[in-house]
Write a protein that binds this ligand. Structure first.
Ligand SMILES: [Zn+2]
Ligand SMILES: [Zn+2]
Ligand SMILES: [Zn+2]
Length: 781
């Protein structure tokens, strides 16, 4: 009797978050033994992990505390629920029991993102006595590739690209030993049984394994360009301290201006050329290892060709054994690591493809024989307004779900995203799984990648028969056609969602707002197809998931040439000044100040002026185009050679400016009940400031302030009228630190709460989430 009484304290702990595929259950087992409790632990699929612990009360409580205090380094709880079980059976020992999907909505497996090499594995890689010494594919239960190697579920070795590498006896022993840190780790391997590296010049193998790494390091330092196959794709790499080398890579890549990301061996090395803040350092060191956009040091000791015209640089730390070992033998503080793709196409991932597409671009190729199942670009983040803004949410984050409000729990849906910087998404049991970065889908390869990724997500998350598919409203997007095709194939409803409404919906969804919520949202970007085909891009919307009303905007201005103007900013300047200046004055101004924004000089200027005079143009409310035009007028950027170039350089130009040195007067117009900020009057004032020879950094700062204040004024005016307390900010312009700061100040000054993105990109990479949320709500009505 005394025995039962003594053992009578039993608790059930349910945990969710990043708790699977990271050696969590062996950890629980270990601390159960340590604190002397009985019971079990088991995976519950997508609803987390269940633990039952029994023992004397003191031990059980210490065990529960240890679940938090001693948890594995990358374990992250999204919930942690403890309940005392009154009436329980008596357990003997502590077991890891078979996975159970009972009680879970769908029985979906949890699939972890790719995880950087852990310290313990790194130590082994540097220990001459260890059998993993200098082995680039070393990993354990807590680290290594996951999403990029998984071809199907459940997550077992035979459904990963490690299938081709059967474990040797020693690896097998570790795999089955519960006390070993490689217990049940699906992707472990060693030099004896795992993948191998080699270095080639494209025709023959020059070196293998460690020798290949050492030689690759030497070639990099000698100024050669290398293609390096890694975890989710392939990088083009070169040293950063030599102008000629970086310029050569730019020339071969046909990317004259696009900033290159770099990789440094350590934070100490980063600090020699950049000034990351404490929170940026934390992000750099996190197990997800994203590229973090940080401030450059002035004077900048690396080649100016690395990120020309910008005050920032994208930096990352090594995340695979290949990078760690390679950089160990290199001597520069940083190396360019840019995606190995040709413009507009997805990154090459197979050895044949890498050799084919990058032949002539790279001098040497460092390859390996493990297949990349899922292409996955590096994630890119920037701290904006104190929040982590995703420029690209990909490796290290995908496929972790975004959890929505419970009103979304009962529907399954899929979404295809927009046209550029795209992602797709699937939803099941109130969780949205966003794909990795797909990029542009206006090429055949891009569209194929989109369809493959969508079908792959449907397979691994068991979304077999969704009720609805969502796309953009634009009838001409290839993604819209794909959605149509899939809707017919599956016999399901297609809902086309307006671009800016989807931005707002994405923000509402990730903020876990409930189905009847209403908010005011600033959605500012480059372009989105309006409900009647208008070219929207600087909008203030009022509404919820299923309906919205346009309550404010930047006043529409002429955009002669449409798409051409997005590439040659002189055209936008002409549009904004058309009608404000005499034609001759305008011609003279464009010729003298904005000639770089036209490809064919005066002939092209004359053509644009003729188009404007004939009234043969569309009008746009685009905030992105306004920033491009401002950049052109100030001589900061004249043409687009990469997405967002004008706006990004314009932000950089404003970074040390004092907006108070220029006073802009903001004019608003009521256009049929829609409050609009007068863009032409603002632009004329920019021109006037320029004539007064005010330093351009001050003018640039003042334009940022004017746009931020203008949009925020319209939003808070509406919020006040409608009695709404929260104002959101979404769209690509929400990457702009200055505009976000001015919007925030204005909104908070008026007593409202501002909502920014935290989990998905504010830009078009987050759009598939909004498409899903809106389509579901419309479908359920
Ligand atoms: Zn490890
Ligand atoms: Zn082995
Ligand atoms: Zn957009």
């Amino acid at each position: 009797m005394w025995y039962i009484a003594y053992m009578s304290y039993t608790v059930r702990v349910r945990v969710g978050g990043l708790v699977q595929g990271i050696g969590y259950r062996p950890f629980v087992h270990r601390i159960a033994v340590k604190y002397g409790v009985q019971g079990y632990v088991r995976n519950m699929g997508d609803v987390g992990v269940e633990i039952v612990a029994q023992g004397d009360r003191d031990s059980v409580e210490r065990f529960v505390r240890a679940l938090k205090d001693e948890k594995p380094w990358l374990c992250k709880y999204s919930f942690f629920k403890v309940e005392v079980l009154e009436d329980s059976r008596v357990y003997r020992g502590f077991e890891i029991v078979k996975s159970s999907f009972k009680g879970s909505g769908k029985g979906v497996s949890y699939i972890p993102p790719d995880i950087t090499v852990c310290d313990e594995c790194l130590r082994e890689m540097n220990d001459p006595a260890d059998r993993h010494y200098q082995y680039a594919f070393t990993c354990c239960a807590q680290c290594g590739p996951r999403f990029t190697v998984i071809s199907d579920v459940p997550y077992d070795r035979e459904r990963t690209s490690m299938y081709e590498f059967p474990m040797c006896d020693e690896c097998r022993r570790e795999f089955y030993d519960i006390k070993d840190r490689r217990y049940n780790a699906q992707t472990i391997c060693c030099p004896k049984c795992g993948p191998h590296l080699w270095l080639t010049d494209g025709t023959e193998t020059i070196a293998s394994d460690v020798d290949a790494l050492k030689l690759a390091a030497r070639l990099l330092d000698e100024g050669y360009i290398l293609a390096i196959k890694g975890i989710g794709g392939c990088h083009l790499t070169c040293k950063t301290t030599c102008d000629d080398t970086v310029a050569r890579l730019r020339h071969r890549r046909k990317k004259p201006q696009k900033p290159f990301a770099v990789m440094s061996p350590s934070i100490e090395a980063v600090l020699t050329y950049a000034n990351p803040s404490e929170s940026e350092i934390k992000l750099l060191k996190s197990f997800r290892r994203p590229i973090v956009v940080v401030k450059k040091k002035e004077p900048f000791p690396l080649s100016q060709h690395v990120s020309p015209g910008l005050d920032s640089i994208g930096v990352m730390l090594p995340y695979s054994g290949i990078h760690h070992l390679l950089l160990k033998w290199c001597s520069d503080p940083a190396y360019v690591m840019t995606s190995g793709n040709m413009p507009g196409l997805p990154m090459a991932i197979s050895n044949t493809e890498i050799l084919k597409t990058l032949y002539g671009v790279a001098d040497y190729f460092l390859l390996h024989n493990r297949e990349i199942v899922n292409r996955c670009d590096d994630s890119v983040v920037k701290i904006v307004g104190g929040e982590t803004a995703f420029i690209r949410r990909s490796r290290g984050y995908v496929p972790e779900p975004i959890i929505l409000d419970e009103s979304f729990a009962d529907i399954e849906a899929i979404a295809v995203g927009p046209l550029e910087a795209s992602t797709c998404a699937v939803m099941s049991s109130g969780r949205v799984y966003l794909s990795q970065h797909i990029g542009d889908v206006n090429t055949l390869q891009g569209l194929e990648f989109l369809e493959y990724s969508l079908r792959h997500l449907m397979k691994i998350f068991k979304v077999q028969k969704p009720s609805v598919i969502a796309s953009d409203l634009h009838p001409g997007f290839p993604s819209t056609s794909l959605a149509q095709k899939l809707a017919e194939e599956m016999g399901i409803a297609l809902v086309r969602v307006q671009h800016h409404h989807a931005h707002m919906s994405a923000l509402m969804a990730e903020s876990r707002l409930s189905r009847n919520s209403i908010m005011v949202c600033i959605t500012a970007d480059g372009y989105g197809y309006g409900p009647s085909g208008e070219a929207w891009g600087g909008e203030v919307l009022l509404g919820g998931f299923s309906e919205y009303r346009r309550v404010g905007a930047l006043h529409e201005y002429p955009l002669p040439g449409g798409d051409t103007a997005t590439r040659r900013y002189g055209w936008i300047v002409a549009g904004l000044l058309h009608g404000e200046l005499e034609e001759e004055t305008l011609r003279k101004f464009l010729l003298e100040k904005c000639i770089g924004g036209f490809k064919h000089g005066i002939v092209e200027i004359n053509a644009v002026l003729r188009i404007l005079a004939a009234g043969n143009y569309i009008r746009t409310s685009s905030c992105g185009r306004f920033l491009d035009a401002s950049a052109c007028m100030l001589g900061v950027a004249c043409k687009r050679t990469y997405r967002g170039e004008g706006a990004i350089k314009f932000e950089a130009a404003a970074s040390n400016g004092d907006p108070e040195r220029v006073k802009f007067k903001l004019d608003y117009r009521n256009d049929n009940g829609i409050l609009k900020l007068d863009t032409k009057s603002l632009f004329i004032q920019v021109l006037d400031a320029l004539k007064e020879n005010i330093p351009r950094r001050h003018i640039a700062a003042a334009v940022h302030k004017a746009l931020g204040q203008g949009l925020a004024y319209i939003a808070s005016y509406t919020a006040l009228e409608e009695g709404i307390s929260t104002v959101g900010f979404s769209g690509g312009v929400a990457y702009n630190r200055l505009i976000v700061e001015y919007v925030r100040r204005e909104i908070e000054k008026e007593g409202f709460k501002i909502l920014l993105h935290k989990q998905v990109p504010p830009g078009d990479g987050g759009l598939s989430l909004g498409q899903l949320a809106t389509a579901c709500m419309k479908y359920m009505e």
